[in-house]
Design a protein around this ligand. Sequence first.
Ligand SMILES: NC(=O)c1ccc[n+]([C@@H]2O[C@H](COP(=O)([O-])OP(=O)(O)OC[C@H]3O[C@@H](n4cnc5c(N)ncnc54)[C@H](O)[C@@H]3O)[C@@H](O)[C@H]2O)c1
Ligand SMILES: [Zn+2]
Length: 348
Amino acid sequence: MNIDVNLGARSYPIIIQNNLLENLDEYIKNEVFVVTNTTVNRLYGKYLKKYAKKMVVIKDGEKYKNISTFEYIANQLLAAKIERKDTVVALGGGVVGDIVGYVASSVLRGVNFVQIPTTLLAQVDSSVGGKVAVNTKYGKNLLGAFYQPKCVLIDPNVLQTLPERQIKTGLAEVVKYAFIEKTACDTFDESFTFYDFLSTKDYRQNYENIIARSCQIKADVVSADEHENNLRAILNLGHTLCHALENLTNYKITHGEGVSIGLKFAFDLSLKLGLVGSEYHANAISLLKTLGLKTEIPRGMKADKIIQLMKSDKKVVSGEVNFVLPCGKYDVTRKVLQDELLIKEILP
Ligand SMILES: NC(=O)c1ccc[n+]([C@@H]2O[C@H](COP(=O)([O-])OP(=O)(O)OC[C@H]3O[C@@H](n4cnc5c(N)ncnc54)[C@H](O)[C@@H]3O)[C@@H](O)[C@H]2O)c1
Ligand SMILES: [Zn+2]
C-alpha cells in the first residue's frame, strides 16, 4: 500500500508492506548510512547491513535523545566521509527517527533521509510529517527542525517483536485519528469511517490497514499545513493533558497512555460544554476501553498542579489553556478555555 505526502517538490511516498525488510532491493539502490539503536539492531540490523556503508548504533532510550548523541552520530557520519548526495536511514522507533532526522537536516546542511519506523507509534505518527528534534534540559523536542524524509518504508511484521505496552502506545494515536478524521481529511467518507473500522475489526489482523489509514489522515493534515500554523494543531487532540501527565509522572507513563487518558478527558470536557452528545461520548470511551487503552488519570494527581502544567504547555496561547475538543462525530474544534472551574470539575 502506498500513501503520498503531498508537499510539492518535497512530496514523498509512504510504502507499507508486510515483509518489506526482506525486499529492500526494490527501494535501496545505492550504499546508505544506517543509524539504529542496540535493541533494533539486534532484531533487524541484519536486513540493512548489506546496504550499509556505515552502521551507527546508539543506546536505547528516550534519555539518549539529546545533543550528545546528535554529536556522536554526526561525527560517525563525517568520519565515514558522508557526502551531500548520500542517504541516512533511520531504523527504529520515534527516538531514533527524531534524532537521526535532525542530524540529517544538519550534516553538510542536509543529506537525504529515509525512515524505516519499527514501533507502531513511529509507523503511524512520528515518521510522517517531518518534525525532527532532540530533547534539552528545558524540555522535550526543544531543538529541532522540519525536515521531510525522501520516503518512509514500513514493514508491519516488525510489530511482532514489539512489547504489548508499546503496541498500546501507538494504538492511542491510531484511535486519535479516528476522532479527527472528518476535520482532517479530504478523503473523508461518512459511509466508511476509520472509527467504524476500529470499532468492528480486530486491529491485530489488520495492522497494514490501520497503519495506512492513520498515515493517510496524518498526510492530509501535514500536506494542508506543514508548519502547524493552523490545521496541524488538531493532531494535538488529547495531548494537552498528556503532556502534563508525562511531566507529573516523570515520564513513567508512556506517551500513548497519556494520550488515551487525554482523549477521554477531551470527550468529558466536550460533553460538559455540550459539544458532543452523550451517545457519541459513551461510544467513544467504550472504543478506548475495548482497545485496552487507559482512560483514568493516575491516582494522587492534584487538579491544581495539572491545570498549572497545562497552562505552561508549549502550545499554549498567552497563558490560557488551549484545547482541541471533539465537536461532533469524527470532528474536532480548537477552544481556548478560561473557565478553570469547569476543567476542575472533570479532574480528580
Ligand atoms: N516527530 C514527531 O512528529 C513525533 C510524534 C510523536 C512522537 N515523537 C517522538 O517519538 C518518541 C517515542 O517513540 P517510540 O514510542 O517509538 O519510542 P522508542 O523509539 O523509544 O521505542 C520504544 C521501544 O521499543 C523498542 N523497539 C523499537 N522497535 C522495536 C521492535 N520492532 N521490536 C521490539 N522492540 C522495538 C525501542 O528500542 C524502544 O526500547 C518520543 O521521543 C517522541 O517525542 C515524535
Ligand atoms: Zn502524540
